[in-house]
Design a protein around this ligand. Structure first.
Ligand code: HEC
Ligand code: HEC
Ligand code: HEC
Ligand code: HEC
Ligand code: HEC
Ligand code: HEC
Ligand code: HEC
Ligand code: HEC
Ligand code: HEC
Ligand code: HEC
Length: 294
């Protein structure tokens, strides 16, 4: 009994090895036989990219992303390869991303699952085309161009009179956002919106002797991140900005409210921008900087 079981398993594993060998040889011989350099996009172009020699190069490289595709090789007109990114057969977004994530699931790609793009059924190939190095990871300006193809609302904000210099190339979408998923809301790289701003505007980071609570809390209470009609990137103009919160205050905000314009208003205050006096709007470290005036 024991002997026959042993020989059975010996035969089985031998068969398995032979089969595996046959498949591997077939993969190597065949992907490139049909998908030659003249095909569009040129399949061999991938050899000149960082992915050129995955798993040793040749057809094994194809298999690293497209999966074992023996049935496809046998009947290429009717059967899809293991993982296909289209155009004929498109695997699910999940399967396509999983193919890339078998190698890229750490670092910047760690928070992919749960990101806005993953939730909206996008996959890696929405932004990356590994067959051409220049389309692999559109960096810097090129990366922004990829983003703006879909985010047309942001595109229009980049041309408003006051704007972060994104179109000018001094900042990039990916300086603030991680398209693979971020720690903060809107896939910001930092946990809080303010921490994002502080990476470049360190002078606005407190603690200040005299804090202005909204600045310490959330820069977006007063600023737009991409662009605005109001300088500098403000949500509203002049006193109106302040009066969103200070409308009910007694003193100088009064002249600007409709009830008081008629009678008791201090004429010296009329038409004056609050910032003329309260210039340290983000907080002050001056010993007598209470009221943010110095
Ligand atoms: C016998 C020839 C042949 C072999 C071998 C072959 N393919 Fe194909 N493959 C084709 C043809 C033909 C098409 C186009 C099918 C169509 O458009 O009708 C295709 C299409 C594809 C596509 C595009 C699918 C889509 O949705 O448009 C991918 C990806 C692909 N093959 C990968 C591979 C990989 C990886 C291998 C090796 C493991 C391989 N092929 C081996 C002939 C072959
Ligand atoms: C790093 C992962 C990766 C590797 C390695 C890879 N591919 Fe692809 N392949 C893709 C992605 C992603 C697409 C979709 C590209 C796009 O968005 O246009 C694709 C597209 C294709 C297509 C469809 C092209 C079309 O538009 O009709 C074929 C065919 C194909 N690959 C075959 C191959 C072959 C053959 C190899 C090996 C020489 C290979 N791929 C290696 C990821 C890969
Ligand atoms: C078998 C492992 C493997 C798979 C699968 C794989 N990659 Fe890669 N990828 C690598 C390696 C190795 C590098 C080069 C070293 C590095 O930058 O980490 C790389 C680099 C990259 C880069 C950086 C390119 C650069 O110029 O710095 C991008 C972008 C990328 N891969 C995207 C993808 C996408 C998209 C897919 C799926 C379609 C994919 N990879 C599938 C292993 C893989
Ligand atoms: C919405 C567009 C978009 C999607 C979707 C996307 N990426 Fe990226 N990816 C980028 C951009 C843009 C860069 C360049 C990042 C930079 O400049 O900081 C990049 C960079 C990379 C890099 C280079 C190394 C690094 O971490 O900076 C890798 C690897 C990578 N992406 C893999 C992936 C994988 C895997 C997926 C799917 C799970 C994916 N990407 C989905 C836009 C995208
Ligand atoms: C293929 C289209 C497409 C591309 C390319 C694309 N996005 Fe998106 N993006 C979407 C969709 C769809 C959503 C989810 C719906 C929404 O919130 O607008 C989204 C959501 C987002 C969000 C989150 C919005 C929120 O309210 O949480 C940010 C941030 C973002 N994208 C930034 C980028 C950046 C940066 C790039 C370039 C690296 C980029 N996107 C490229 C389609 C795209
Ligand atoms: C200076 C940092 C910064 C840059 C650069 C930046 N964003 Fe944003 N983005 C933000 C912040 C902060 C929010 C969240 C705003 C809020 O919650 O009030 C945001 C929100 C978004 C949203 C969510 C919807 C919305 O408009 O509120 C999308 C989509 C988006 N950004 C895409 C982009 C794209 C695309 C680019 C490049 C063209 C880009 N962002 C450049 C900081 C930035
Ligand atoms: C990646 C770096 C970076 C980040 C992050 C960043 N900024 Fe900026 N910001 C800039 C640059 C560069 C300028 C242009 C400065 C110049 O031209 O002197 C600028 C200018 C500004 C201006 C003045 C605009 C004008 O018209 O003068 C405001 C207001 C501003 N940023 C607010 C913010 C806020 C709020 C955040 C967080 C949501 C933020 N920034 C995040 C780089 C950044
Ligand atoms: C209460 C409203 C308000 C809040 C909250 C606020 N700001 Fe401002 N910010 C302003 C006003 C008003 C100006 C214009 C100041 C001027 O013209 O003197 C300004 C100007 C700026 C400027 C350009 C001029 C300069 O001083 O460098 C930057 C950069 C800036 N703010 C960053 C930030 C950052 C970062 C935060 C969050 C920590 C923030 N702001 C929160 C109202 C605010
Ligand atoms: C999002 C709401 C909000 C906005 C917008 C806002 N503030 Fe404030 N401000 C506050 C709060 C909250 C306090 C703290 C009130 C308290 O301590 O009683 C405060 C306090 C102040 C103080 C008193 C500081 C002190 O030391 O007692 C001044 C002066 C002030 N704000 C001026 C302004 C000016 C000028 C603007 C417009 C550029 C503005 N604020 C916009 C919420 C806001
Ligand atoms: C002409 C200069 C001037 C202008 C313009 C001005 N302020 Fe003031 N503000 C002051 C001075 C001085 C104080 C301190 C008064 C005190 O300590 O009794 C003060 C105090 C305040 C306080 C603190 C009140 C408190 O609880 O003690 C707030 C809030 C305030 N101002 C908001 C505003 C707003 C909002 C505007 C614009 C609508 C504005 N100020 C315009 C000079 C000015």
């Amino acid at each position: 009994m024991a002997v026959s079981r042993q020989s059975l398993s010996f035969i089985c594993s031998g068969l398995l090895l032979a089969l595996l060998g046959a498949f591997t040889r077939a993969d190597e011989a065949m992907c490139l036989d049909c998908h030659d350099p003249d095909s569009e996009p040129a399949m061999h172009a991938i050899a000149n990219t960082v992915h050129g020699s995955l798993d040793g190069g040749g057809a094994a490289t194809c298999v690293a992303c497209h999966g074992p595709s023996t049935d496809h090789q046998d009947d290429p007109e009717e059967v899809a390869p293991g993982v296909s990114f289209g155009p004929k057969w498109t695997s699910s977004a999940e399967a396509r991303s999983a193919s890339c994530q078998s190698c890229h699931s750490g670092n910047d790609q760690m928070l992919w699952v749960g990101s806005a793009h993953q939730q909206d059924n996008l996959s890696c190939d929405a932004c990356h085309n590994p067959h051409q190095q220049q389309l692999l990871a559109g960096r810097e300006q090129a990366a922004d161009a990829v983003c703006l193809e879909c985010h047309t609302q942001v595109r229009s904000q980049l041309h408003l009179p006051s704007r972060h210099p994104i179109a000018e190339g001094k900042t990039s979408c990916t300086d603030c956002h991680n398209p693979h998923g971020g720690l903060g809301h809107a896939d910001l790289r930092q946990v809080s919106l303010n921490d994002n701003c502080f990476t470049c505007h360190q002078d606005k980071r407190g603690p200040f002797l005299w804090e202005h609570p909204p600045a310490a809390e959330d820069c977006a209470l007063c600023h737009q991140p991409h662009g605005s009609v109001n300088e500098p990137l403000l949500n509203a103009r002049g006193p109106a900005l302040c009066q969103q919160c200070h409308a009910a205050a007694f003193h100088p905000s009064q002249p600007y409210s409709s009830e008081s314009l008629g009678g008791s208003a201090n004429q010296n205050m009329l038409g004056k921008n609050c910032l003329n006096c309260h210039s340290q709007i983000h907080g002050s470290n001056h010993p007598s900087g209470a009221r943010l005036t110095r």
